[in-house]
Design a protein. Structure first.
Length: 275
């Protein structure tokens, strides 16, 4: 009697959490709690949540939404990660250096609940009629890239407007990232959804990396979360409503693309942070 071996799934399973985020922090934490439940049911290795997942105002998110790293939002992420075994990457807002300023940040929490690191957004969104710099202070351009190792795959973190700057993605890849994770609250407007898709695809192709770009859903933002393969093929694309979807990322396929297209090895320039 022959036996059939169970299928071996790819090394990392990702739950894309395209959430609608409000200015009610308690309600947002409940939405995040349910997203963890979904990720755990699907046996995900990591949950990716959008920019400003702790609290959001489409007119501009500032210090009134800031919470410290030991505050309720990050504490919930750490508690749920430890309880479910699901790592998480999520946008939040931290206090700035003065009461009038905050920091747009992304935190990475490992599956054991340990805070693995914090990325403070370098490129503030002063474009298309928005001015984040009126409320926020930028993170240091020379800070080490935020990476998180999950199931043998290294994730590198950017956020939202950073997607327009290929240097940010390349620095993460130089730090060993196989997957670029981009939490966003991508502002809606003419051609903005097209820009989002095109830029995510470009970052994937030029870095021969997977791009997991997770947008907020709701008023004033685009949604349209994407998972793009290292060959530029869009494997998942959501609409503009809240949705959670789980996808498998295959490191062997990634390695195959990098062998066929060794453009990273052919580089003649390096990325150096501006002073």
């Amino acid at each position: 009697m022959s036996t059939v071996e169970p299928p071996v799934r790819p090394a990392v399973r990702v739950t894309v959490g395209q959430l609608r985020v409000s200015d009610d922090h308690d309600a947002n934490r409940e939405v995040v709690r349910r997203a963890f439940d979904t990720a755990a049911r699907t046996r995900a290795d990591v949950l990716v949540l959008p920019e400003y997942a702790s609290g959001f105002d489409p007119r501009g998110t500032g210090p009134e939404h800031a919470e410290p790293l030991d505050g309720p939002f990050v504490s919930l992420l750490r508690e749920r990660a430890a309880a479910t075994g699901v790592a998480v990457v999520a946008g939040t807002t931290l206090p700035g250096s003065t009461p009038e300023r905050a920091v747009n940040a992304v935190v990475a929490v490992a599956a054991d609940g340990a805070l693995a690191g914090v990325y403070r957004k370098v490129h503030l969104y002063d474009a298309f009629g928005h001015r984040e710099s009126d409320r926020l202070e930028a993170g240091p351009a020379d800070a080490a890239p935020l990476t998180l190792d999950v199931a043998g795959v290294r994730l590198g973190v950017l956020t939202c407007y950073d997607l327009r700057f290929p240097e940010s993605a390349r620095r993460a890849v130089d730090a060993g990232a196989d997957v670029l994770v981009v939490p966003a609250a991508w502002a809606a407007g003419p051609l903005k959804a097209e820009h989002w898709r095109t830029l995510a695809t470009a970052r994937a192709i030029e870095n021969t990396a997977v791009v997991v770009a997770v947008g907020q859903a709701g008023r004033g933002v685009t949604g349209r979360s994407l998972v793009v393969g290292p060959d530029g093929v869009v494997g998942l694309e959501l609409g503009d409503e809240p949705e959670l979807r789980t996808v498998d990322l295959d490191p062997e396929a990634l390695a195959g693309v990098r062998e066929t297209n060794p453009s990273l090895a052919h580089r003649r320039y390096r990325v150096v942070p501006a002073v």
